[in-house]
Design a protein around this ligand. Sequence first.
Ligand code: TYM
Length: 326
Amino acid sequence: MKKILTGLQPTGNITLGNYIGAIKQMKELQNMYDSYIFVADLHAITVPQERENLRKNTYNLLALYLACGIDPNKNTIFLQSENIYHTNLSWILECNTYYGELSRMTQFKDKSKKNVNFTTGLLTYPILMASDILLYDIDYVPVGQDQKQHLELTRDLAERFNKKYGDTFKIPEPYISKTGTKIMDLVNPTIKMSKSNENKKGIICLLDDIDLVRKKIMSATTDSDMIIKYDPENKPGISNLINIYSSLTDKTIDEVEKEFINKNYGEFKKAVSDVVVKLLSQIQNEYQKYVNSELIDNILQKGIEKTLIEAKKKYEDVKNKVGFIR
Ligand code: TYM
């Protein structure tokens, strides 16, 4: 059976972008693939974190996975920081990665601009991500568009290692859905919807108050031509709403354009709010069942037992090929 894997950082509120880019895809694919989903808590500390916040956000993210329909019987769910082989492999891969490859990464360039005192972890972050994937012989990695470059690096590192040391790693492919690739900010639809965006009116978090969500969507930035047409370059606001609607209803962009052919922006925004609110209400109801539940620790225990065995096997193979004697 082919394998899929993804991870999300537990850095505060999970957005609709995270849901559409990663979680929704996992939920759909979990029935067809051997599925792994983890909490990328090691990645979270590439920027400063408060201890209590990190702990809380980690539990909340796990509860949210379950609330979104990630089935613990169909997924291996685990914590990145608990599996030592991720960082161990990362070091070996670091020694096979060029500084130039890392400093070219768009996300590094963006994030390092925001803080002059950025950490080395922010630079080496994609190598840890490569380890997360390469340890498990993963076929597909469901992610949003913003992670595509990191996936390309993962492939390059795997190919380089295989060439130098013999066939070791499976070459993974990104799995990026057509419509949900990049959900944009509602206030400024030329930037990605991200937890860290300053204006919170532009981002929808899965646990946001439902009335607030409606307001945010109804006041999303659009344009003045009053045509509901997909054109990301000239109509970024409307195109973003079309993307959200198309992704959540599983309708194609063409179908969405046809559905709203003679409708105005107010009617369209109302329809988008309806589908988003319906989804969020369901998630929030479920979330109450899982947050603070013992189930989470049981799931993590199962997950770590399984992934330690699998990751160790791959890591031992790597160690041996590199020349470590025991
Ligand atoms: P993170 O936590 O930044 O984001 C989690 C997932 O959400 C997707 N995403 C989006 N998709 C569509 N529109 C958006 N506006 C949007 N914002 C975020 C991201 O593409 C991602 O899929 N490095 C990763 C975590 C990670 C990982 C991995 C992922 C660590 N190791 C191995 C896959 C495989 C990250 O920081 O994601």
